[in-house]
Design a protein around this ligand. Structure first.
Ligand SMILES: [Zn+2]
Ligand SMILES: [Zn+2]
Length: 291
């Protein structure tokens, strides 16, 4: 926080040296707290690195503007390279805490383009376990939703998911009761970051899915709260090795989508899944359709 405050004050000081104040990457009419809010967000998701500034004060104007621009491009916003209302509105939406990949622009927005987190399972039969769940939540409902979410990925690939109720599992779903839960990826404000997950190659927690236990989750067609099925489909994607996608229709888009009855893998989700694990064989598909 200290770095942020100093950096913001320096930015304002830099702006005051200009007659039109255009050096400060903040839209007219917005207060300094909005700049701090935006910079905190961009720092958290690695769009800017305040302690890597050229001048030793953690301030590198070009890097800050470029970070704002990259965020705007990834999320399909006008590239103003300044913190403005539209950018802040997007930052206000609940999202997954995993980082967004480097995205250079619209030319990359191909419907089959996908991003990988690194790593993949070297087997197709995966086990999944709900390791930690709040007392007030229905285990039965969460199990049912997790099964549905696994089916989204297994129906389009050779992968199978089997739930285990004890012992080790490849994928562990944990509802974390504290914002800071010891993995240096603390959740922040309610409806800020609702969950995050770890790729199969993560050195510490491969296959872990952490969900914020303090959020209000919705099941099936309920429209209030975070839709648990959709969030689990997304986080499962990370545990399979997929990264975020800039396509709003992708299940790997980082911002939590409101309940969508047509929520399904998009073409770029499937392209990534097939690149890692291949397609479901025709024989298995026929077999599945028969049952
Ligand atoms: Zn994510
Ligand atoms: Zn965590």
């Amino acid at each position: 926080m200290y770095v942020l405050i100093s950096a913001c004050l320096l930015l304002v000081a830099a702006g005051r040296t200009q007659t039109n104040g255009m050096n400060v990457p903040l839209a007219r009419g917005l207060g300094l707290e909005k700049l701090m809010e935006g910079m905190e967000y961009l720092k958290k998701y690695s769009y800017i690195h305040l302690d890597a500034g050229k001048d030793g004060n953690g301030l590198d104007m070009a890097m800050i503007k470029s970070g704002i621009g990259k965020y705007q491009v990834f999320h399909g916003l006008p590239k103003t390279e300044m913190i403005d209302e539209e950018t802040l509105d997007k930052m206000d939406l609940p999202r997954c805490g995993c980082r967004d990949p480097e995205f250079t622009g619209e030319a990359e927005r191909d419907e089959f383009r996908y991003w990988l987190e690194g790593g993949m399972w070297n087997k197709t039969e995966l086990t999944v376990r709900i390791s930690r769940i709040p007392n007030l939540m229905s285990k039965k409902s969460v199990r049912r939703v997790l099964k549905q979410a696994c089916r989204v990925w297994s129906s389009r690939s050779p992968l199978t998911f089997t739930e285990v109720r004890s012992g080790g599992a490849d994928i562990n779903v944990k509802f974390m009761g504290t914002m800071d839960h010891g993995d240096r990826r603390a959740f922040w404000r309610p409806l800020g970051e609702v969950g995050h997950a770890f790729s199969p190659s993560d050195p510490a927690l491969p296959g872990d899915i952490h969900l914020d236990a303090s959020e209000s989750y919705s099941f099936e067609e309920e429209t209030d709260g975070i839709n648990l099925f959709q969030l689990l489909v997304h986080e499962l994607g990370h545990t399979l090795g997929l990264g975020h996608s800039p396509h709003p229709q992708s299940v790997m888009y980082p911002i939590a989508r409101a309940y969508d009855p047509a929520f399904e893998l998009s073409r770029n989700d499937m392209a990534g899944l097939h690149a890692l694990y291949g397609r479901k064989s025709r024989a298995r598909l026929r077999n599945r359709q028969r049952h």
